[in-house]
Ligand binder design. Structure first.
Ligand SMILES: [Zn+2]
Length: 110
């Protein structure tokens, strides 16, 4: 926990204490709904403080180390290995290049 996180945690606790004090004042002198509202509001900074203190998972992003070793990379590699020629990609698999070995000549297709 660094300095900024400690400061933020102290701010959360101070805000919660202020709202709790307002809850007491509203309970004694104000309408009941205001006391309930401030009671619930005084819990929100505490929830934030607890969440702030929890360790965080590393952010998802591009992996710079170990590129090409994950399961998703295996799927992509298998799809690229199964790919054919460029017209096959651009026509969603309905056409092939004239030099492609998987091409079926039009004369024998129909
Ligand atoms: Zn092809």
């Amino acid at each position: 926990m660094n300095h900024l996180q400690r400061l933020l945690g102290a701010l959360y606790v101070t805000t919660s204490a202020g709202l709790a004090l307002t809850t007491v004042l509203e309970f004694r002198h104000g309408p009941w709904w205001a006391a309930g509202l401030f009671a619930v509001a005084s819990l929100v900074p505490l929830v934030a403080a607890v969440r702030e203190s929890e360790p965080r998972a590393p952010a998802a992003g591009p992996r710079l180390r170990g590129v090409g070793t994950g399961a998703d990379d295996d799927v992509v590699r298998a799809e690229l290995d199964a790919a054919c020629c460029e017209p096959w990609w651009t026509s969603c698999g309905t056409e092939h290049d004239v030099t492609c070995p998987r091409r079926v000549p039009r004369s024998s297709a129909a």
